[in-house]
Design a binder for this molecule. Structure first.
Ligand code: FES
Length: 184
């Protein structure tokens, strides 16, 4: 009898210990999940995730922009390279006195290589797999592997100065144009 009782008590203790351990695990899991949720909420509330929070950044004086000579600038983050370009003739979305000034992000929409401006053909050319984009027609793909038009940098002209004020399109490699880097 005594042996049987001791055995039963042992089982009870074992069950109690197991419950303690399990209870601790559940509590820890709950705390962990609560921590994750708080962290996720913080991420969502970061100002950098605001899609309308683009900086207004001066790019150049109108007088300094020459036809067919692109000006390179970073926007909206310091590592996002773009061309400001005067095509010399009115184009869709162009600004300036002749509505001929546009700006596009350089990262190719195929795999992200920086495209270059080809001043003999007035196109953006990606040296990695030869995709060609047309800055006179919304940055659209002329030929090649690019899956979408180049993102357009939105511009405004004020007091003979050109400013970047936003981006139309998602820059290659980013889940949000304003996240994962330092703003200009
Ligand atoms: S990365 Fe530009 S064509 Fe492939």
């Amino acid at each position: 009898m005594g042996e049987q009782k001791a055995k039963e008590e042992g089982q009870l203790i074992t069950r109690r210990n197991a419950m303690k351990v399990l209870g601790g695990s559940v509590a820890l899991s709950a705390l962990y999940l609560a921590g994750c949720t708080a962290e996720e909420t913080e991420k969502v509330e970061q100002p950098k995730s605001d899609p309308d929070g683009y900086p207004v950044t001066k790019i150049a004086n109108l007088a300094d922009i020459k036809v067919n000579e692109p000006i390179t600038f970073d926007y909206p983050l310091k590592t996002q390279s773009n061309y400001l370009l005067d095509l010399g003739v009115e184009v869709p979305g162009g600004v300036g006195p002749n509505k001929s000034i546009v700006a596009y992000n350089r990262a190719c929409q195929h795999m992200g290589c920086p495209s270059n401006y080809d001043d003999t053909r007035n196109t953006f050319f990606c040296p990695c797999h030869q995709t060609v984009y047309d800055p006179s027609f919304n940055g659209s793909v002329v030929i090649g592997q690019g899956k979408a038009s180049l993102p357009r940098i939105l511009l405004k002209v004020e007091n003979n100065e050109v400013f970047a004020i936003g981006v139309d399109g998602l820059i290659y490699g980013y889940r949000n144009n304003l996240m994962d880097g330092d703003r200009v």
